[in-house]
Write a protein that binds this ligand. Structure first.
Ligand code: SF4
Length: 342
């Protein structure tokens, strides 16, 4: 783990008065070694600090007294002092794979680190998120975070991220929302991959499972001439228009969905109720009532479900693009017709 290096000291600040100078490496603050600038900020909020400093190879201790919560007056060189969590996905649409060769190394870094999501708004897929990460996010209220969704169907998401964990990592999104973390979602729409009915399915999945997202942005794939992925191509005009139509239709659905699922609470409470509580309450809200169409279950997609699925459990009932009874749930039957919900 590297130590933060002081790159600037504010004039007249507590740090300057205590003798901290640019170039100092801060090894510990009150005997604690900060992992990143988030923890660093928490530590330097204390009124009485003892900095363990490396200056030109010589260690020294610097005491700082200041009002609690006031700035120390030090700028450090990096947001993360331990290793950045790198991405283990291999998305076809990754913008980093589409960079030309020979640029500076930092541009080729694929990060998937919730801390950079909190600090800079980087999107994370949560495929490397862990229990200890969750504990820290919740206890330190690292909110908002930004999560790449792309598809809510586990198989499609794994395919897009080219990572088995992509199929399961959205469970962390549900847990984050249940703990009151504000999360913004993103769907990168790749023509021929997750547009069309897959996009319908994704938006239905978001409405069903993640309606308490703060926002969801649907962005078109960007393709550079340096891509080597055969499937990646720009949207044709008709495809782009279909995406816009789809999103506009769902924009009518989401506010109503959010209103209907808006939690209530006792007077004086924040009014926030977790999705887990909503489901456990048995309240006949859409969250409790809606279930994936049974035609969606199964290991591998084979052919599109063409049945007019109007059973109570069918997602197509909530799809704005299926008003006439044609199944638009974009789920796939995987076996005999007996598997469909009817
Ligand atoms: S998750 Fe992001 S950084 Fe990682 S491969 Fe996919 S697009 Fe690239």
């Amino acid at each position: 783990m590297s130590a933060p290096v002081v790159v600037a000291v504010a004039p007249e600040s507590p740090a300057e008065r205590a003798g901290v100078v640019p170039g100092d490496r801060i090894l510990a603050i009150n005997d604690q070694i900060p992992r990143d600038v988030i923890q660093y900020q928490l530590l330097v909020d204390e009124p009485s600090l003892l900095l363990d400093v490396d200056r030109g190879g010589l260690r020294r201790e610097v005491g700082v007294e200041k009002p609690a919560g006031s700035p120390l007056g030090v700028e450090v060189d990096s947001p993360l002092f331990d290793r950045v969590q790198t991405c283990d996905n291999h998305c076809e649409f990754c913008f980093i794979y589409q960079l030309p060769p020979g640029m500076r190394r930092s541009l080729y870094l694929k990060d998937d680190d919730y801390r950079l999501s909190f600090l800079y708004g980087n999107f994370t897929t949560l495929t490397r998120f862990t229990e200890s990460d969750l504990e820290r996010v919740v206890t330190e209220r690292l909110s908002p975070l930004y999560v790449s969704i792309h598809a809510t169907d586990p198989g499609k998401r794994s395919e897009m991220l080219r990572n088995r964990r992509g199929g399961t990592s959205l469970r962390w999104l549900r847990v984050l929302l249940d703990h009151g973390i504000e999360v913004h979602g993103q769907v990168v729409v790749c023509p021929g991959v997750n547009d069309g009915l897959w996009l319908e399915d994704t938006l239905a999945g978001v409405a069903d499972r993640f309606s308490d997202l703060a926002s969801l942005c649907v962005v078109p794939l960007g393709v550079s001439r340096h891509t080597s992925e055969e499937r990646m191509r720009p949207h044709a005009t008709g495809e782009a228009a279909f995406v816009v139509d789809t999103v506009e239709a769902w924009q009518q659905v989401f506010p109503a969905r959010r209103r209907s699922s808006r939690p209530t609470g006792p007077p004086g409470s924040s009014g926030r109720s977790t999705g887990r509580r909503r489901r456990a309450s048995g309240r006949p809200g859409w969250t409790a009532r809606r279930r994936p169409c049974v035609s969606a279950r199964g290991p591998a997609p084979r052919w599109p479900c063409s049945r007019a699925n109007w059973a109570p459990r069918c997602w197509s009932r909530w799809s704005p693009r299926s008003p006439t009874g044609t199944c638009a749930c974009s789920r796939w039957r995987t076996g005999s017709s007996a598997e469909t919900s009817g």
